[in-house]
Write a new protein. Structure first.
Length: 115
C-alpha cells in the first residue's frame, strides 16, 4: 500500500466507525419511540443498542470471539443496518435514516478496500 492510499483508507475507516456509532444512537431513538409508556421507552432505548452492540462485538467486530466469515458477516450487517434504517423511517426520522444508510454504504467501501 502506498502512502497516497493510506489517508483514504483512514477516512473510510473513520466513516465506518461513525456509522456504527450512529447505528447505536438510532437504535436508542427507535427504542424510545416504540412505546407510549415512559418506562418501556427507557428500557427499549437502552436494550436495543445493547443488543446490537452484543451481536456486533460477538460476531462482526475485528476482534470478535466468534468472527463470522463472508457472506454471513455482510448479511448480519445489512440486516442490522437495514432494520434500523426502516425503523427510523417508520418513526419519522427520514433524514437520520438516509444519513445512516449513506454512512453504512461508505463504510462498506472500507471493507472492500481493506480486504
Amino acid at each position: 500500500m502506498t502512502q497516497e492510499q493510506t489517508p483514504s483508507i483512514g477516512l473510510l475507516a473513520g466513516v465506518r466507525f461513525l456509522s456504527e456509532l450512529v447505528l447505536l444512537a438510532a437504535l436508542a431513538f427507535i427504542g424510545a419511540a416504540m412505546f407510549d409508556s415512559l418506562l418501556l421507552s427507557i428500557v427499549a432505548g437502552i436494550a436495543l443498542p445493547l443488543a446490537a452492540a452484543a451481536i456486533w462485538g460477538t460476531f462482526i467486530a475485528p476482534r470478535a470471539p466468534r468472527h463470522l466469515g463472508q457472506p454471513a458477516r455482510t448479511i448480519v450487517e445489512v440486516l442490522i443496518f437495514g432494520v434500523t434504517v426502516v425503523g427510523l423511517l417508520v418513526y419519522g426520522y427520514l433524514v437520520f435514516g438516509i444519513v445512516l444508510a449513506v454512512l453504512f454504504a461508505v463504510g462498506k467501501l472500507y471493507d472492500r478496500r481493506a480486504a
